[in-house]
Design a protein around this ligand. Structure first.
Ligand code: HEM
Length: 205
């Protein structure tokens, strides 16, 4: 099969992606340090962790707004539109390929084109990350920065505790997404092939 080269990741998207990845990693490390390490011997000094977490949180809000607006202006958002008809079947096909077909050297069930740059599993996971989890972590994070916005009690539960719970839960799922994302991008002709794409913008197949 002949080699094809598609320009799928424009400069703005690559810059956004690098900033976003760095922010998520910093937020994850500082968040875990604040939540789970002992206050007497923390992973990162507690006050520094809070300051870094807040500052990076503000940067990721700006970066997300940029991703959201630039996606609409450039048309990149079309790659995130889910077609629900037959979706389960397509997800199953792609999952089967990642689990078995890829190891047996079978051809990919979906081919990347300019119009359809994500396979079904990528699409669902990117929609979940960018249009559910990141907004959820941002909304709950802003509420925690301005706790006077949060209702005092929801039934018998403290509003702040509930918001903290959903903030940590969304953050935890983003970290799970990141681990799966890092594994999936290594699948292909060469483990660094997809990484090269997000650096130079070109997808090669
Ligand atoms: C060190 C961390 C990361 C690396 C090395 C990485 C790598 C990559 C690569 C190679 C691609 C393009 C190829 C593909 O789609 O398979 C990609 C796309 C993407 N990544 Fe990441 N990623 C990282 C972190 C993240 C994080 C933290 C998020 C979101 C929370 C994220 C969200 C996305 C999205 C949404 C796309 C598709 C962008 C588009 O074309 O519209 N990535 N990433």
């Amino acid at each position: 099969m002949s080699n094809t080269k598609l320009y799928l990741y424009p400069v703005w998207l690559r810059i956004w992606h690098a900033i976003n990845a760095l922010c998520i990693i910093l937020l994850g490390i500082t968040g875990i340090s604040m939540q789970y390490t002992n206050i007497e011997s923390p992973l990162i000094n507690f006050n520094s962790a809070v300051s870094i977490h807040n500052l990076v949180g503000v940067i990721i809000i700006a970066s997300y707004l940029f991703f959201f607006i630039a996606g609409i202006i450039s048309g990149n958002v079309k790659h995130y539109r889910l077609l629900f008809k037959g979706l389960l079947n397509r997800l199953f096909k792609q999952g089967e390929y990642y689990l078995f077909g890829y190891l047996k050297g079978e051809p990919k069930p979906f081919h990347i084109t300019k119009e359809e740059k994500f396979n079904p599993l990528q699409k669902v996971s990117y929609v979940a990350a960018m249009y559910v989890l990141v907004p959820a972590v941002i909304i709950t994070g802003v509420a925690l920065l301005f706790p006077e916005m949060i209702i005092e009690k929801f039934y018998t539960m403290s509003g702040i505790r509930l918001t903290t719970f959903f903030h940590s839960l969304a953050g935890f799922f983003i970290l799970i997404f990141l681990i799966i994302h890092l594994y999936v991008i290594t699948i292909g002709k060469h483990p660094l092939k997809n990484f090269k794409s997000i650096v130079n913008g070109y997808h090669e197949s």
